[in-house]
Design a protein around this ligand. Structure first.
Ligand SMILES: C[S@@+](CC[C@H](N)C(=O)[O-])C[C@H]1O[C@@H](n2cnc3c(N)ncnc32)[C@H](O)[C@@H]1O
Length: 412
């Protein structure tokens, strides 16, 4: 334990300006804001190997900020967090309990106390935007510690950006991480889920039905031409990307759209579409293959949609950004774009970061996204005795609230 770590434990009260002075002193004297308790312990004990967990000063602050601190003390703690972040403290390092600083605040019931939590979420958004710029411009780092810090952050953030999955133990070529290996993997429809046959990764699960209902309703809101008179479009055309269990597509069919496009890439799912008679439905058009290989054609045909829904598997946030290019070209002026919002959803704080990021990204495409907060079934939380993940190897959800997105062009 170093002096910096001691300071972040708040062993003396009140927490006053002297904390700020000391923090500045340690950081200016060269102690990195990311200096971990594990590194300090190794240093003291003469151990050379790099520790696998990273308990940073930010973790200590979140762990030790007193529950009953005064407003003045809280302001000092917020200032300390601000300073540490300015000095490069990472927002998504994980400690020995696999918790980030934000996770600790949530566990301690401090999510809504002062600005502590939002400071960390904001830092997450900034870090993700910065990392993107760094990768875009291939920036070179001069200080090796900077490289290490960025790499550490990237480890987590790469995991986060998937549309449906994120657990750290997966190899980059695992079906959940790599689209080609997913498409080569056998799938299996079981009772309440679609899973990969060998690993039992959940591709789609019935507990999401209520969320699909929200998605379906959003698509048809894009058919309303005038909010006051409720005048409807004479032709209602919708596109769903990712059939899975066909939950949202069945709901869409019940609304009798003029045309219903379904884009699906996996051969086993396409077989299910055939077996279940989807090819014979008069208003259904099946686009076989990945959306990346199909949507160009729709653009050149001049097809426009009242609603577009996106819910795939084994895709990354970067894929979604590429999809936005098509969305703006394919959506009617009153149209609605929605998607299964599982971005970073296996960790609440990351889920919040991606909620803000996707809002920023959609805005650059002229789309304004509104989120509706929905409580998800308790059975989706792994802490429960009986959970929806019992027979599934990997879970992709661990947040109490779902943020249902509905995006429209900004001036509509
Ligand atoms: C989570 S499921 C969709 C579930 C669906 N929303 C429902 O209500 O049942 C994801 C589906 O997307 C498909 N998929 C994955 N990547 C795709 C891509 N690039 N283009 C089209 N479909 C894709 C998968 O094969 C899978 O059937």
């Amino acid at each position: 334990m170093s002096d910096l770590h001691d300071l972040c434990r708040f062993s003396t009260r009140p927490i006053d300006e002297s904390y700020i002075t000391q923090l500045h002193h340690y950081l200016k004297s060269g102690i990195p804001a990311t200096y971990t308790v594990e590194e300090a312990a190794n240093y003291i004990n003469g151990i050379e190997e790099t520790p696998s967990t990273t308990t940073t000063p930010l973790h200590l602050i979140c762990m030790n900020v007193p529950l009953g601190c005064t407003d003045e003390e809280l302001e000092i703690v917020e200032k300390m967090i601000e300073i540490l972040l300015e000095y490069g403290a990472g927002w998504c390092f994980t400690d020995v309990n696999n918790e980030t600083p934000g996770c600790i605040l949530i566990r301690r019931g401090l999510k809504h106390v002062g600005k502590l939590y939002s400071q960390i979420v904001d830092a997450g958004v900034r870090a993700e935007l910065l990392l993107r710029k760094v990768s875009d411009y291939d920036v070179e780092f001069i200080d090796p510690e900077d490289v290490e810090a960025q790499q550490n952050e990237t480890v987590e953030s790469e995991v986060v950006v998937e549309s449906k999955d994120s657990e750290i133990d997966d190899a980059p070529d695992a079906p959940s991480q790599n689209q080609q290996s997913y498409l080569n993997t056998k799938l299996e429809y079981v009772d309440d889920a679609l899973v990969t046959k060998d690993r039992k990764d959940g591709v789609m699960m019935a507990w999401e039905s209520d969320l699909m209902k929200l998605g379906c309703d959003s698509l048809f809101k894009g058919a309303i031409l005038d909010g006051d008179t409720k005048e409807m479009d004479s032709e209602i055309v919708v596109l769903n990307i990712g059939f899975g269990m066909g939950i949202i597509d069945t709901m869409i069919q019940h609304q009798h759209p003029t045309k219903h496009y379904i884009c699906e890439a996996h051969p086993d799912v396409l077989k299910k579409l055939k077996d279940d008679g989807w090819y014979e439905k008069p208003n259904v058009v099946i686009l076989e293959g990945r959306w990346q290989d199909n949507l160009d054609e729709l653009l050149s045909q001049g097809v426009f949609f009242n609603g577009i829904y996106y819910d795939t598997f084994s895709e990354h946030y970067q894929d979604m950004l590429e999809l936005f290019d098509f969305v703006v070209g394919l959506l009617k002026p009153h149209g609605v774009f929605s998607f299964f919002n599982g971005l970073g959803a296996d960790r609440e704080v990351i889920y919040e970061v991606y909620k803000q990021l996707v809002e920023i990204d959609l805005k650059t495409y002229g789309l304004d996204v509104k989120f509706t907060e929905v409580e998800v079934p308790e059975s989706t939380l792994k802490s429960n005795d009986k959970s929806v993940w019992d027979d599934v190897k990997r879970s992709y959800w661990s947040c109490p609230v779902y943020y249902h997105p509905e995006a429209r062009f900004i001036d509509i």
